[in-house]
Design a protein around this ligand. Structure first.
Ligand code: GDP
Ligand code: MG
Length: 298
């Protein structure tokens, strides 16, 4: 008996404004997770959300570098298509099912010709159109590109969405579960948050604390309504005496560290932040390979 392979990969969703990209993403991610935001990100792909399934993990990423595009809509679409060619395992190209012509999408499809990743054509808003219209549209788009699949959905009602998710999941390469299934936002931000906390520890404890402090971000959750990001982190030290210094008299040092760190993190994330800090003695962690790895030093 052979086990079903685990599949994982990065997927981008492209399409004109208003075709329903955000609605579809929210539908796919469900209520538990929600990480859609328009914060600009210059250097990396931004993870918008992760959908975990029993045998696959789909990581949806935003296409980089286009948030401030001041170009025309067509140029923007082509740029998005081109940007999403790199480093993704599948592309979802979203089109409104009542769109009157396939012709206007030709520049995008031209750009997508170079994609190595499979392109899924997703007709959205099928709750608004008649079957015949959909069939006709399917015919005219199919002539323009060799899509992996053409999938009609309604992001609003959920119709067809799970089938789409299944098809995309199955198209991904075999791969690891990149992220633990409770993480829900991007690693670069977690990493920067840890660095901010570490910097405050050094700055505020002066010379009392040597460089044997590692900060781990244990959870990072953005509330669906976007009102607050809730972060909990652990400051790992090597000795009880260091723990005492960091906590301070009646906890006032830890409180100060928390307040200062929170201020910077709020600026970084452009959001209100609830920050919870713990201090843990991990004896001689800097000499332990396993712990170094756990703390991200490898
Ligand atoms: P985006 O600009 O591509 O992210 O589009 P949004 O997700 O913001 O959706 C634009 C508008 O289309 C919103 O008013 C959505 O409620 C609506 N919408 C999205 N999907 C559907 C759908 O499947 N059916 C209908 N009727 N409306 C939809
Ligand atoms: Mg949107």
């Amino acid at each position: 008996m052979s086990e079903k392979p685990f599949r994982s990969g990065f997927v981008s969703i492209i399409g004109r404004p208003n075709v329903g990209k955000s609605t579809l993403l929210n539908r796919i991610l469900g209520d538990k997770i929600a990480i859609t935001s328009d914060k600009p990100q210059t250097t990396r792909n931004r993870i918008q959300g992760i959908r975990n399934m029993p045998d696959a993990q789909i990581i949806f990423i935003d296409t980089p570098g286009i948030h401030h595009a001041k170009s025309s809509l067509n140029k923007y679409m082509v740029e998005t298509a081109l940007a999403s060619l790199k480093g993704v395992d599948a592309i979802l190209f979203l089109v409104e099912a009542d769109s009157t012509s396939a012709g206007r999408e030709e520049p995008v499809l031209e750009a997508l010709k170079d994609a190595e990743a499979p392109v899924f054509l997703v007709f959205n808003k099928i709750d608004l159109v008649k079957k015949e219209v959909l069939l006709e549209l399917t015919g005219s788009f199919a002539r323009l590109h060799d899509f992996r699949e053409i999938v009609p959905v309604s992001a609003l009602t959920g119709d067809g969405v799970e089938r789409l998710v299944e098809l995309v999941g199955m198209s991904l390469p075999e791969g690891p579960c990149y992220f633990p299934d409770d993480i829900l936002t991007d690693l670069p931000e977690r990493f920067i948050v840890a660095e901010i906390i570490r910097e405050k520890v050094f700055r505020m404890t002066r010379d009392e604390i040597p460089y044997s402090v590692a900060v781990t971000v244990d959870s990072f959750k953005e509330r669906r309504d976007g009102g607050l990001i809730s972060i909990s982190a652990t400051i790992n030290v090597e000795r009880d005496s260091q723990k005492g210094i960091i906590i301070g008299k009646k906890g006032d040092m830890l409180k100060k560290i928390g307040i200062q760190a929170r201020k910077d993190i709020e600026v970084l994330l452009d959001s209100k932040v609830f920050l919870e800090l713990f201090v843990r003695v991990s004896r001689d962690w800097s000499g332990s390979k396993k712990m170094l790895k756990e703390f991200g030093y490898e």
